[in-house]
Design a protein around this ligand. Structure first.
Ligand SMILES: *Cc1c(COP(=O)(O)O)cnc(C)c1O
Length: 345
């Protein structure tokens, strides 16, 4: 077996959903776009539905279809990209609720699927998706007449509690929606952690469920074990890997493990600070990350185990992300297709 093993702890995921839910007095949905942040939307969805989640969000109708097939009828599935040309059949057949973003989408939806549930996405300053104040003012009456199930918007800076953009977007959201008798949703993980003013009727956490920042109390959900293919002795002064990027300062032992940037362990990670663990003992990653291989200095180990662990409760996806100059979201959603995935719970 030469492929890396990705272990996914669905019990930890459910615990994260429950503890986020316990911080609010509103409904807590679950965002499972990008195949459940790379961890399998079907399995994630089933685990959370069994734990009591009633509503899920995906990015595209096609993701909604896959999720519906996995979790069956019952829970609601909403689509952030709304009602795109060509989505009608999928939305109808698989009972997906589009979050409409524009006048065009409203018209398309009312014409193609009259009476089919929908929500409305408002832009409160992020300038990414949703209707802006002027557009909303023009169509609100018609849209509300058709009975939307949710009015939602998204925060741009909620991972930074002190950012003035949070309060600004909150105020704009109030201005656009106060007095309307339709459930409202503003907060993802970051917004949920900002406190009750941001909760409204439904929160939509994603990353926090999967153990990522900004939810610092999250239980880690993923563990990544890399099989050792070969161990070699390297003399002081010899080099390892592409571009001779690492030179042994002492006589050393180097283990070559099976995973690389083609598996989402991006090259930038090799630039510093990342370790692979033999049990609790950290061993530095040395040299360049290759497409399928990473080299690790195991000189200080008495025995080299069959696998070394790259992501665990000490070195979380966020630690690996920091070292690579990116965010946990990107590390998670880049997790390679070659990994043998095993699920607990
Ligand atoms: C991705 C996304 C979420 C979830 O965000 P997290 O930061 O992962 O909690 C919620 N709402 C929208 C509109 C999103 O695009």
């Amino acid at each position: 077996m030469s492929t890396a093993k990705l272990k996914i702890d669905l019990d930890a995921l459910v615990t994260n959903w429950r503890s986020l839910d316990a911080k609010t007095n509103c409904e807590t949905a679950a965002v499972v776009k990008a195949n459940g942040y790379g961890l399998d939307a079907g399995r994630v969805g089933k685990a959370l539905a069994n734990a009591g989640a009633r509503n899920f969000f995906v990015a595209a109708a096609e993701e909604g279809v896959a999720l519906r097939r996995a979790i069956g009828e019952g829970p609601g599935i909403s689509v952030f990209s709304g009602h795109m040309d060509g989505d009608t059949k999928l939305l109808k057949e698989f009972h997906l609720t589009p979050m409409l973003n524009s006048l065009d989408q409203l018209l398309r939806h009312f014409e193609a699927l009259p009476g089919h549930p929908f929500g409305i996405q408002l832009d409160t300053g992020m300038n990414r998706l949703g209707m802006e104040a002027g557009e909303w003012a023009a169509v609100a009456e018609i849209a509300l007449g058709q009975g939307p199930v949710l009015l939602m918007s998204h925060l741009a800076c909620a991972d930074d509690p002190n950012h003035p953009m949070n309060a600004h977007q909150l105020q704009v959201f109030h201005e656009l929606t106060d007095g309307i008798e339709v459930p409202r949703s503003l907060a993802a993980t970051g917004g949920l952690l900002l406190g009750p003013k941001y909760h409204f009727d439904l929160c939509r956490p994603g990353i926090g469920l999967y153990g990522g920042a900004p939810y610092s109390d999250a239980m880690p959900v993923v563990t990544l074990d890399l099989p050792v293919i070969q161990v070699r002795d390297v003399l002081a002064g010899e080099t390892v890997g592409y571009s001779n990027a690492w030179t042994a300062k002492r006589d050393a032992r180097v283990a070559t493990v099976a995973a690389g940037y083609a598996d989402g362990l991006i090259r930038a990670m090799g630039n510093g600070g990342i370790r692979a663990f033999a049990g609790k003992t950290p061993c530095p990653v040395v040299g360049r990350v290759s497409m399928d291989l990473i080299t690790i200095d195991v000189t200080d180990l008495d025995d080299v185990p069959a696998t070394l662990t790259l992501i665990n409760e000490k070195q979380t996806v966020d630690v690996v992300a920091d070292a690579a100059g990116t965010i946990g979201y990107e590390i998670l959603t880049s997790m390679g297709h070659r990994y043998a995935r095993t699920y607990k719970g």
